[in-house]
Unconditional design. Structure first.
Length: 625
């Protein structure tokens, strides 16, 4: 590490701390101010903040690896999450969520199901989901950033007394970075998080541009044309994904065949099925939802969500494609020469490129950018998790009447508690790996069906929501346990076959099981009272099966109209997915010097942007607030 790179990183950390602490004085007015910025932060700052929070280190390293191996088709792997839930949020969900005028995702549930036993059961399960997910993610941020820093920085900062290692270098680095990030996050709440994330976003974009320029200048078109197979640059696919590497790099084909994506057509079909329902279900109760609820108006919520898509993908994939180009030229031959390539080899492409193939100055900025990516995602979770502890549990069930100053102090303590618990879990990350993965995969697996129905079906009630999420959780947990013990089953048995099916193909089973819990919980218990349903429907105005509620409202107000925009919303979502895909493919094709395809996807971006201007943006402009 050159002294110039060290100075750049030190200046970045100092500037982040200064900005975070400087704006923190605005957060002391109350919970609304602390967790939502008093609904006074402008939408474009929230959009930059949201994009920055999604620009995480581990996700970037994974995307580098899959683009390196699979080529441009790899962008469709992210449909498993699915990344285009951001399009659904932009088109209609942000507006629906923001109309509630509440503070957290679980508090939002009470506006849908009421504040009786059923409503509180659904409210509590969402609050627990949000808190546990925040703690689990912080534990893995602790583990991830420590390992990342030890790969990059040359100093041994481990704490050793005699022969006893109290703190490894990775743990020491993680504690230092988390401590610095926690200072401004706890002190300033949403104000500090947004201010620092805007700064961090600008640094990440600068780093991405410099890496892309360096790769473009130092590596010739001829080198890339000779190295990259034509199929690597082909977006289209058939039923099967066949290896396309040849010559010295043919060993990469063995890794492609063992990753579980061989039946690529079926895989994409399943991601589309899961993606639709997961996207309509809406964002999980995390930092993404907090940004929506923090906007000043419904109109701003839609603007912010659209802006997040615009500012995230092009700079992120410029950085990813730049790193991949450098990796393909300098690292791929070395990996292939080893005789066998594993998925672990793909994960170290990013740090290898940083360590050995990026010049002084750019290395410092790139490291500062990746450190910014970690700090922004970490601070977003530290801000969102405690909101559920204070607002949805402490204030609602233990101390409903207290001063704003008291709740802000409680928020500081809750944030400290969440970070401390996450760090403690991080110290044992290797031993709790399966538990944390169970938390994320099971909770997210059981989230889809219940949260899809809550928008579109009037009869769906709080008990249906609770049992639907629980049923999905149980089935997803069983699938995860089988996957982790698949080598213990006897070959040829049903359990063995089920355990070796990739998780994405088991989504219909999880979904159907969760739906069964939803329907049984709903039909075996009374419907939500009509007063709550009328209040929710008249305020949020979702489309779906709401006819009995609509009739009640129509009888009271003859001018009341239902939401008939389902067709247009789905059309805008389809166009939006193509729009989002163009923002990923443009920088990739540009960086691998396939200029005709880069031009085609630039044209696609321009055309879809123009269509969305008339079909979506003009509609948003007509909102009254």
């Amino acid at each position: 590490m050159d002294i110039i790179d060290v100075v750049i990183i030190a200046l970045y950390i100092a500037l982040t701390l200064f900005v975070g602490v400087w704006v923190s004085k605005k957060a002391s007015k109350g919970l609304d101010s602390y967790f939502l910025g008093g609904n006074s932060i402008k939408w474009y700052y929230l959009g930059l903040s949201n994009g920055s929070g999604m620009f995480d280190v581990s996700g970037t390293a994974w995307m580098v690896g899959i683009l390196f191996l699979y080529g441009v088709k790899s962008f469709m792997f992210m449909w498993m999450w699915p990344i285009w839930n951001q399009i659904f949020v932009m088109v209609f969900l942000a507006v629906w969520i923001r109309r509630s005028n509440i503070m957290t995702g679980s508090e939002w549930i009470l506006t849908r199901f009421g504040d009786d036993k059923a409503g509180r059961a659904s409210h509590l399960i969402v609050a627990i989901f949000a808190i546990v997910a925040s703690v689990g993610f912080i534990a893995y941020f602790f583990e991830g950033v420590g390992k990342f820093m030890t790969v990059i920085l040359p100093w041994d900062v481990s704490l050793v007394i005699g022969d006893t290692v109290l703190l490894t270098a990775a743990q020491s680095y993680a504690l230092i970075i988390i401590f610095l990030t926690t200072i401004y996050t706890i002190k300033g709440g949403m104000y500090s998080v947004v201010a620092t994330e805007v700064l961090q976003y600008l640094i990440m974009v600068l780093a991405g541009i410099l890496v892309a320029v360096y790769a473009f200048v130092t590596i010739s078109d001829a080198e890339l044309t000779a190295l990259i197979p034509a199929e690597w640059k082909n977006v289209f696919f058939g039923n099967e994904l066949n290896g396309f590497w040849d010559g010295k790099l043919a060993t990469f084909n063995d890794l492609i065949d063992t990753q579980g994506y061989k039946m690529f057509g079926a895989f994409i079909g399943m991601t589309l099925l899961k993606g639709f329902f997961a996207s309509v279900a809406g964002p999980t109760p995390s930092y993404d939802m907090q940004r929506i609820l923090s906007t000043r108006t419904v109109k701003d919520a839609a603007y912010m969500s659209g802006f997040t898509n615009l500012v995230l993908f092009i700079p992120r994939y410029l950085l990813i494609a730049g790193v991949v180009v450098i990796g393909l030229v300098y690292i791929a031959p070395e990996m292939a020469a080893s005789g066998s390539v594993t998925s672990n080899d793909l994960e170290i492409v990013l740090p290898k490129v940083i360590n050995f193939h990026v010049p002084v100055g750019i290395k410092g900025l790139l490291l500062a950018g990746l450190l910014a990516a970690f700090m922004s995602t970490f601070s977003a979770f530290v801000n969102s998790g405690p909101a559920y502890i204070v607002n949805d549990i402490y204030k609602k069930y233990f101390k409903p009447e207290a001063s704003d100053r008291h709740y802000v102090k409680a928020s500081h303590l809750a944030s400290f508690f969440v970070v401390t618990l996450g760090v403690i879990m991080g110290f044992f990350a290797e031993s709790i790996n399966s538990i944390t993965l169970w938390i994320t995969s099971a909770l997210y697996g059981g989230y889809v069906a219940a949260n899809f129905l809550k928008w579109v079906w009037w009869r769906f009630n709080g008990w249906g929501y609770f049992w639907g999420m629980l049923a999905g959780l149980i089935i997803a947990t069983l699938q995860f346990l089988m996957d982790n013990n698949k080598d213990n089953f006897i070959d040829g048995t049903l359990l063995y076959e089920l355990a070796h099916i990739p998780a994405i193909y088991l989504f219909p089973i999880i979904f159907v099981g969760s739906l069964l819990g939803c329907f049984l919980g709903t039909y075996l218990t009374p419907a939500t009272n009509m007063k709550t349903l009328k209040s929710f429907y008249s305020n949020v105005r979702p489309w779906g099966w709401w006819k009995p509620v609509y009739r009640e409202l129509k009888s009271e107000d003859s001018t009341f109209t239902s939401n008939k925009s389902f067709g247009m919303d789905m059309l805008n979502c389809a166009i939006g997915i193509v729009w989002q895909s163009s923002m990923i493919l443009m920088p990739i094709f540009f960086m691998v010097r396939d200029y005709p395809k880069a031009f085609v996807w630039t044209a696609v971006f321009a055309v879809t942007s123009g269509i969305l201007k008339f079909t979506w943006l003009d509609k948003v402009k007509k909102y009254k607030n």
